[in-house]
Write a protein that binds this ligand. Sequence first.
Ligand code: AQP
Length: 332
Amino acid sequence: RPRVLSGIQPTADSFHFGNYLGALRQWVDLQRDHQPFFFIADLHAITVEQDPKVLRERTLRAAAQLLAMGIDPERSAIFVQSQIPAHAQLSWVLQCLTGFGEARRMTQFKDKSAKGGEGAASVGLFTYPILQAADILLYRPHYVPVGEDQRQHLELTRDLAQRFNHRYKKTFRLPEPYILKSTAKITDLQDPTAKMSKSASSPGGIIELLDDPKVSAKKIRSAVTDSGSDIRFDVEEKPGISNLLTIYSSLTARSIADLEEEYAGKGYGDLKKDLADVVVDFVTPFRDRTLELLEDQQQLSDVIEQGRQTASEVAQATLADVWQRVGFVAAN
Ligand code: AQP
C-alpha cells in the first residue's frame, strides 16, 4: 500500500475548519487504502513561544481530536514528533544542503515574521520548512495530504530529496502533494480572501471544531458576504458566498451546482441559516467524542506510544542510511 504522511501543530485548543477540510479529512479517507503516518508537530510548535504546560495539554488534545474524527490507530501510526529524535537529526543534514537564499524564499516565513519584523522571529521559524522536509522524507511517503499553503514547502522537500539522492545515493522518495482543489484554501469568515488561520484570523473569522456549537452557528450567520444577492460560486466576485458554499458542499457531500440550484431565488440569510444547522450537526458529536476521549489520558498515551513504535522503526532505518551515506562513522 502506498504510504501517506502528514502532520499538524498543537498550537491551539482546537483544530479549525481550514485544518479539517483542507487536510485532516483527507487523512481519514486515505487511511483506508494507504499506509499512514500522522504526527503532532510539537517541534514545529515551539518556533513561536509556547507555555510548556499548555503545549503538553494541546498535544494530547490533538491526539483526541484525531481519534474523534476517525483516525484509527489500528490502521494509522499517530505519533508525537518530539518523541522521534530522527526528525531533528535529519533536519540538520538537510539544513546543510539548503541554500540560505532558497530558505529565504519561503513565503510562510515572510508572512509569519512580517508582524514583529524579521529580527524578532526565531531562527527555528526560518528553518521550519527544512524540519518539515525531514519529517516527510524520513518516512519515504508517496503522498502528503495538506492544504494549499503547504505547496511551496512540499516543493522544497522534493528539491532537497533530489539533491541528497544526487549527491550521495538514491535514498529518498520524491513525495507528491495531495491537495484537494475544492478545499485547498478555506477562507476567513470575516475576511474571505484570506486563509482561515489560527494565528491571523479574528475569533469571528475562524470556526474551531471544539467551539460551543451555538458559537459556531452564530459565526456562520455573521459571516461577511458579498454585494449582490444571488447565491453563486464565484471566487473572484463572491469570495464570501463561495467559501460558505465550499464548506456546505464538503460537509454534506452535495455538489456546488446542486446547492446553487436549491438556493436560486433565496437570500444569503437562508443559506447561512441552513449551513449553520449543518455545521452544528457536524461539530456536536465531534466535540462530545473528543471530550469523552480526553477523560481517558492513559488511552491517549497508549495510542501515541503505539504510533511511536511504528514510526520509530521506519525513521531509524532511513536515518541509518543517511548517516552512512553522508560519511558519519558508525558507533559500535
Ligand atoms: N485555511 C485553510 N485551508 C485549507 N487548509 C488549511 N490548513 C491550515 N489552514 C488551512 C492545513 O491544515 C494542516 C495543518 O496545518 P498546521 O498544523 O500547519 O496548522 P497551521 O498552518 O498552523 O494552521 P493555521 O491556522 O494556518 O496556523 P497559522 O495561522 O499559525 O499558520 C496543513 O496541512 C495546512 O495546509
